[in-house]
Ligand binder design. Structure first.
Ligand code: SAM
Length: 244
């Protein structure tokens, strides 16, 4: 999986890409991350990449030419899927993360200030992705979110394949609660079933807990989740109504 990140702050990524699973995945060649400084594609000697907006108003806007040149140079190296990180984009979720993973090669454009010239957005990008209904300073943090979420799907990046497949959202539900030692923490005990060694009973308990927490915290997810007759029956017992 390859990621090319277009940014005016490549140094922003220094620490996040050098720690933990991302560092290991890069070292093992499972993912490739290239940081492209937008200023290298500026046309003037001051390496200007932004300018004032036509029509007046606050802030600065990324000029179209450097962005166009950066995107074109990457398109010449293959067939990347070009994504602009923006609060106006499609709201990122696990389904979209999988879609992005399947592209195999992403170009992630990080805006700053007031964003980018509309003509780039209209004619030279393939997708626009938002990490939530709020505004942050720049697309760098959003690009990192995309990189981390997509990288987790690359086989071998997460230790046990199982732990990705059973994670929250991967099957349309939130994950069941987890416990570790000690068995008794200040009088709060680990559920007995988890200490029983009965794997079938534990799996059943976990499925029910998954359904329960999803109903409690994110009932909207149940509409799209893959549910068995047994799941539906259990949810109904908890008071869930399919038409809600
Ligand atoms: N003026 C823009 C607007 O109102 O839509 C917001 C610009 S924001 C201050 C600067 C940059 O941060 C954007 O170009 C985008 O790349 C990034 N950004 C901000 N919020 C984001 C979000 N929720 N998701 C993805 N990117 C975001």
């Amino acid at each position: 999986m390859r990621f090319d990140v277009i940014t005016i702050f490549p140094e922003y990524f220094e620490s996040p890409l050098r720690v933990g699973a991302l560092k290991k995945a890069r070292e093992r060649g499972l993912i490739e991350i290239n940081l492209i400084n937008l200023r290298d594609f500026a046309l003037d000697k001051h390496r200007m990449v932004d300018d004032r907006p036509f029509g007046g108003g606050e802030g600065m806007v990324f000029k179209p030419e450097p962005l166009y040149r950066a995107i074109s140079s990457l398109r010449q190296q293959g067939a990347p899927y070009v994504v602009y990180l923006s609060p106006q984009g499609r709201l990122l979720n696990q389904e979209i993360v999988r879609e992005l993973y399947e592209k195999g090669h992403l170009v992630l454009i990080c805006g700053r200030y007031e964003g980018i010239d509309e003509r780039i957005r209209e004619h030279f990008i393939d997708d626009e992705i938002s990490i939530g209904d709020y505004v942050v300073f720049g697309g760098e943090v959003a690009a990192l979110v995309v990189i981390e979420a997509v990288a987790r799907l690359v086989p071998g990046v997460v230790g046990k394949r199982d732990s990705v497949e059973k994670e929250s959202f991967s099957q349309g539900l939130l994950k069941y609660p987890q416990y570790t030692r000690p068995r008794d923490f200040m009088g709060y005990k680990v559920p007995e079933i988890l200490l029983s060694g009965d794997h079938a009973a534990i799996a059943k308990w976990r499925r029910k807990k998954s359904l329960e927490v999803t109903l409690k915290r994110r009932p909207d997810l149940l509409k799209k989740a893959r549910l068995s007759e047994e799941d539906l029956e259990f949810l109904r017992q908890l008071g869930w109504r399919e038409d809600e």
